[in-house]
Write a protein of this length. Sequence first.
Length: 582
Amino acid sequence: MSPTRRLAAIAVADVVGYSRLMEADEAGTLATLKQRRVEILDPTVRAHGGRIVKLMGDGVLLEFASAVNAVKAALELQAKFTEANQSLPESRHIILRIGINLGDVIGEGSDIYGDGVNIAARLEALAQPGGLCVSDKVHAELRGKIDADFEDIGEQQLKNIALPVRVYHHSSKALRVAAPALALPDKPSIGILPIQNMSGDPEQEYFADGMVEEIITALSRMKWLFVIARNSSFTYKGRAVDVKQVGRELGVRYVLEGSVRKAANRLRITGQLIDAATGAHLWAERYEGSLEDVFDLQDRVTARVVGAIAPKLEQAEIELSKRKPTTSLNAYDHYLRGVASLNEWTIAGGNEALSHFYRAIELDPNYATAYGRAAGCFTLRKSLESAPMEKKDLAEAERLARLATELGRMDDIALAEAGTVLSYVLGDNRSGMALIERALALNPNYALAWRAASWGKQWDGQIETAIDYCLRAMHLSPQDTSMFQTQSAMAFAHFTAGRHEEALSWAERALSDRPNHPPALQAAAASLALLGRQREAEGAARRYMQEDPAFQLCTLQDTLPYGNPEHLAHWIEALRKAGLPE
């Protein structure tokens, strides 16, 4: 049969955390999925005039003649899956993501393919667990026909799709209720939203992001002010947001938003401060200048924001907030690109980040923050690979950490990164914790420093303090893109304290976000082993060995530098039982 073209509404759905579910209970997961297909998926799709094109591992491809019917079916599927989950323990919930597109498809036999299908698949990846994303073409068909709220999250550049697609997202009310508004802290609080890049040049995106990071860093040094960390703020990047909702989700009273437009060598920066509780605009201003004046522009914006929040703030505090880590724009460029690569938290990303930080240091040999971040690349390497680090790499990590400390006596990022290297990579926990505590004294709003301090407290045997520090990090950055790392630290702390159920719960949370994160897999394997869930423990251990093939129990002291021998012995016993090699 020759291929034919037609217009169709395409829905792609997949199961969130499928690999984790299969590792935990392969037979049970397959039985539940089969039951869901027979009792929910098949009849719901048929009832709305659709058909199942094919099953794709943990996903399914659906075709409908009507975009309205496709969305109605998707909403009904999410509601029925949520209802069916109520009879299962949380660890066995089957949760879907769904993407829907209206477009041209090519039919060949019973199968379909083409950009119409590809876009639906990319939209599915953007959806939240339990939610659905639709293209602008689908959204246009829904007006006045479906009683459901969709949020415009802006134009998205989808992988392997030439032109950007405007996307709309829907989350079920049940999921929204499950994430209550955070309580406001007992001091003025602010979230800095990503500045919108109006230049139309994707290569300049890093510049707009750097503006936000500089303002967050400056404001974080104000000890009287509660500032949401960068990683949580950047979860709103590229989305059209309701400021009141942002305030509830981040637990802040004020929100700063703005835009930057770059043309040739000129910049125009706008900003507005909003009371998230009322939606009232408290302040708005526009700045213009040349690219060479970028640091001066950042200072002026920061000073105006601070002045709008606390007009009586002493000028000395404002001057402190203006302190810049470098005066070289090219060095700053490489630094920002390095941070973006480091935030991927992969070996490849760490290597790329290190090359950018080295270039930044070459351009400005006194750039303390770049030295600190470069040292942090070795922390990443050790956390993801258990093989002993070569002597030359240990020496380089120490060199970078020492220079970061020497040059960055008032630089919280440099001190925290250097302290982590001394504590974890080099095994000098006392000296490392002293630097991390200095970083926190400079910037008590630095969430990643609290997480680093949590690990240091664990190595020192102060487990409950370590847990408190993790909770503080989560509060400061409640939607952090690196939350899986903090959750892993919580898993380690609870396991070391003998609370294996809680440890497993935190490890599973980390794995739901980053399924192959080695520390989380290690904590899951150890916890499952001591909970008597041997088959699941062995499964987690196999997944861990796929990520870190060089692991051996005899080197565990190097990767888990506990000061208390009993704590290390507890881990060795559990990981040996899980089947990890000697």
